[in-house]
Design a protein around this ligand. Structure first.
Ligand SMILES: [Zn+2]
Length: 355
């Protein structure tokens, strides 16, 4: 399967926070095909433990998150339209005039669109329309009444997930899809498990994906207390700012070295380890200072302190139906995580901690 086909398959899966089963089932099936035995944590995170034969091998975790941003139905109106609350961060300006899938409790998939205000209705209005609030945006499945909505099994609490087909850009280098945040990480994890199938390492690796990252890094608290890693690597996708005239996160410039975000500072020992590993292995990297967060922010505060970082890539316009990202960046990040897990040993981990 080509890289694009793998990306298409994994980004078109629809799974939002708390309702990650479609993504978890996919991960479980692929993990088992590769000969691993995955386990889940109490909230639904899924992980494979690849035990080292080395005595007292340090435990190292590599974790994606499997949820994508979505919505939950908060009310059903008499006219048959729906209103929602957000699951994860949404810019109201990218919510309107899009296509979504609503999942009912019985597992029915219902097509829904968000109402856009046609220009005809704006004619004659005084001044520019105000910034929309997500709770006012109309989610419309074409139902004629509340009764009809209920007949189709739709209830408050059902989730709504973006629907968007992944395509290649004309130059064949980039992809347009939804949810590269963080199906990037999920694909990284599966490819890493494939690469490590027949390798024996001096560290025990716990590799998989957390739940509920988009609503506040919740799954990472749970999985790190269950699997007790000494060192933690999130694999996650961050916003590119190149098209906005900034230099944090440029497409095609390689994997991100995430030195700072509001919830995490990369410690000097980790910085040395990453820079050395990238140099020795010829990995293309770029510095990244972030305004957002990743599971590294939650993980590093667990179990008496867990040195953590994020092995990331950037994508333009994340948390929307149409993000753009570079396939070579994925390959760089993939080579980077391979080099990291095969370089790590007791001594290297001691150096990361004793900076
Ligand atoms: Zn995100």
């Amino acid at each position: 399967m080509t890289l694009f086909n793998k990306i298409k398959e994994i980004t078109e899966i629809q799974a939002t926070s708390g309702y990650e089963a479609p993504m978890r089932d996919y991960l479980r099936a692929r993990m088992m095909e590769l000969g691993y035995t995955p386990e889940t944590d109490g909230l639904g995170g899924i992980f494979v433990t690849k035990e080292s034969k080395t005595e007292n091998a340090p435990r190292v975790m590599v974790a994606a998150h499997m949820d994508e941003v979505g919505f939950m139905v908060s009310s059903i109106k008499a006219d048959g339209t729906l209103r929602v609350v957000t699951l994860g961060g949404w810019n109201p300006l990218v919510v309107s005039a899009q296509r979504f899938t609503l999942f009912t409790r019985e597992g029915k998939k219902i097509p829904v669109v968000t109402g856009g205000l046609p220009p005809h209705l704006l004619r004659g209005a005084a001044g520019a329309p105000a910034m929309p609030q997500v709770e006012d945006i109309i989610f419309d499945g074409g139902f004629m009444s509340k009764e009809e909505v209920l007949e189709f099994g739709i209830r408050q609490g059902d989730v709504i997930v973006p629907e968007s087909e992944a395509i290649l850009t004309a130059n064949g280098k980039n992809v347009i899809s939804k949810a590269w945040d963080n199906r990037y990480g999920c694909l990284m994890v599966l490819e890493l498990l494939d690469y490590l199938k027949d390798k024996e390492l001096p560290v025990t690796l716990i590799i998989g994906a957390n739940v509920q990252e988009e609503v506040g890094l919740r799954g990472a608290h749970v999985s790190t207390t269950q699997f007790k890693p000494e060192v933690f690597f999130a694999v996650d996708c961050s916003p590119a700012t190149d098209t906005f005239g900034n230099d944090n996160g440029r497409l095609g410039e390689g994997s991100l070295l995430r030195y700072y975000d509001p919830g995490h500072i990369m410690l000097p020992g980790m910085k040395d380890f990453l820079l050395n590993t990238a140099e020795v292995n010829g990995i293309k990297t770029q510095a990244y200072i972030s305004k957002g967060g990743t599971d590294a922010g939650a993980a590093h505060l667990q179990n008496e302190g867990v040195p953590s970082t994020t092995i990331g890539v950037c994508a333009r316009y994340i948390h929307s139906h149409q993000t753009i990202f570079n396939m070579d960046d994925f390959t760089e990040a993939q080579n980077f995580i391979r080099a990291i897990v095969t370089t790590l040993n007791q001594e290297k981990i001691a150096a990361i901690k004793n900076y």
